[in-house]
Design a protein around this ligand. Structure first.
Ligand code: ADP
Ligand code: MG
Length: 245
């Protein structure tokens, strides 16, 4: 079951110089929904994610979270980044901080949670993603799959309303992909609102409520995974699927 509209993009356009990277994007993400975004490299998937937590600005259109426009600066922006979590391909953990510190830093600094309380919650979250025993290590001492699970725990520690995953398993050795996808599947089952850019079609089939296919800066198709994989409507999507399946 999915709920009310949480993230709403209306007629969004973005340029990098002359390059028109997002073209008239209209997209609504409802509470509790898992939306998988797929499409060829360069089609604007990362840029789309980055505009939703304002790592990138847009040139026209509107983006709202819970009905409110994205703030542009200051503490409001920090709060937005907490509400709209992001998990990157490259983990982006702080290399010189322990796993536990990576997870407590945001809650302590941004949410002003007392340290002991932040640590207790962090340990629970590390347990949840299956790396509780790694709490005192540095990121480099962990496998890629473990580091990505720490990155997910770090995002969860901020109590996000939605999490954007930008190719979270693309940098991982094959044997580690499933341990990360399993954590994501469990978040989905628990009702987390998620936007997931991925080439893992098994995940799209099993976890997505909706598949959004992008090409050339546009949303070309939007349908249920069943419909998309069985009956892609456009040649672009058929061509894409024939190359990756
Ligand atoms: P995808 O994630 O689907 O591979 P991206 O959103 O990364 O696509 O990129 C969309 C287009 O924008 C590509 O042509 C890419 O080269 C270009 N692009 C991405 N980031 C920048 C940037 N910071 N400056 C200029 N061009 C960029
Ligand atoms: Mg990308």
């Amino acid at each position: 079951m999915t709920g009310k509209p949480l993230v709403v993009l209306k007629d969004v356009n973005k340029y990098y110089g002359k390059l028109h990277v997002l073209k008239d994007i209209n997209l609504t993400i409802n509470e509790g929904e898992v939306v998988v975004i797929i499409g060829p490299s360069g089609s604007g998937k990362s840029t789309l994610c980055r505009t939703i937590n304002r790592l990138e600005t847009i040139d026209s259109g509107t983006i709202t979270i819970d009905g409110k426009p994205l703030p542009s600066e200051g503490r409001e922006l920090a709060r937005l980044r907490a509400e709209v979590g992001m998990v990157f391909q490259s983990f982006n953990l702080f290399a010189h901080k322990t796993v536990l510190e990576n997870v407590t830093l945001g809650p302590i600094k941004v949410r002003r949670i007392p340290k002991a309380q932040a640590e207790q919650r962090a340990r629970e979250l590390l347990q949840r993603v299956g790396v509780a025993d790694q709490a005192d290590k540095l990121p480099a001492q962990l496998s890629g799959g473990q580091q990505q699970r720490v990155a997910i725990a770090r995002t969860l520690a901020m109590n996000p309303k939605v999490i954007l995953f930008d190719e979270p398993t693309s940098a991982l050795d094959p044997e580690m992909i499933n341990e990360v996808l399993d954590v994501m599947r469990s978040l989905a089952r628990d009702g987390m609102t998620m936007v997931v850019v991925t080439h893992e079609m098994g995940f799209a089939r099993s976890a997505a409520n909706r598949v959004v296919f992008m090409a050339d800066g546009r949303i070309v198709e939007e349908s249920t995974p069943e419909e998309f994989f069985a009956n892609p409507k456009t040649d672009r999507a058929k061509d894409f699927l024939s190359k990756i399946l």
